[in-house]
Design a protein around this ligand. Structure first.
Ligand SMILES: [Fe+2]
Ligand SMILES: [Fe+2]
Length: 232
């Protein structure tokens, strides 16, 4: 019999020869008792049904792309996959509100707006999204809500979950194929700081080129990650 133990570490690679035909006899196939799977954590059928009514179809597809990309990044970085997936599903939950609905929600939940958010209302959906994820979708985990809050601008020294949602929003498979994307996608699973740096630089260049205002947090974040990379 071939020695499969060398290739797979402590758990021998399961083969019919080594364990017979009883799947329960194969080490590693028993279910972890305390671990939750995605479907145990939240009622995603209900959440997605509600979300699909609030987003246009393209935005909904984008949200699913962010969710699965975020879950994959969480696997690579040892982060909580369920939190990453949940934040990804809901990160744009306030994106498709009309102006009236958005203003009403901000008033109702006392969402304070900065001048740049008032001047560029599309920025509001991140802050408001965190509020609606809690109030309308029943998510009260502060780490998930914070990842939704910072997904548009980023900020200096992001938590790994914030970094995952911020970057998954940029690289998910439905995104337009920008020139920088293959490079960022190729490094992000092993070098998150470099990927953040490239995403932030690209975002600033794009906004500057279009003559659009740049949020203070994005500028601070770009400076922070630029410095971090240069100090390596
Ligand atoms: Fe967004
Ligand atoms: Fe998004």
């Amino acid at each position: 019999m071939a020695d499969t133990k060398k290739k797979t570490g402590d758990i021998p690679f399961p083969t019919i020869e080594s364990y017979g035909k009883d799947p329960a006899a194969i080490p590693g196939t028993d279910i972890l008792k305390d671990a939750a799977s995605l479907t145990d954590a939240y009622d995603f059928v209900k959440i997605k049904k509600r979300l699909a009514k609030k987003l246009d179809p393209k935005r909904y597809e984008h949200s699913m792309g962010v969710a699965y990309t975020a879950a994959a990044l969480a696997m690579a970085y040892g982060e909580d996959m369920i939190k990453a997936y949940t934040a990804g599903v809901l990160h744009d939950c306030a994106k498709c509100l009309d102006d009236e609905e958005r203003d009403e929600c901000c008033k109702k939940y006392n969402v304070e707006l900065t001048q740049i958010e008032k001047d560029h209302p599309f920025l509001i959906h991140a802050k408001l999204g965190a509020v609606l994820a809690k109030e309308k979708y029943g998510v009260d985990d502060p780490e998930i809500l914070s990842a939704i809050r910072w997904h548009t601008t980023g900020r200096p020294d992001m938590t790994m979950l914030e970094a995952i949602i911020f970057s998954a929003d940029f690289i998910e498979p439905n995104r337009k194929p920008l020139i920088c994307l293959p490079k960022i996608r190729s490094i992000i699973f092993s070098d998150m700081d470099m990927a953040l740096c490239l995403i932030l630089e690209q975002t600033l260049v794009h906004l500057e080129h279009k003559g659009q205002a740049i949020d203070e947090y994005s500028m601070q974040a770009a400076e922070y990650y630029r410095k971090k990379i240069n100090e390596r």
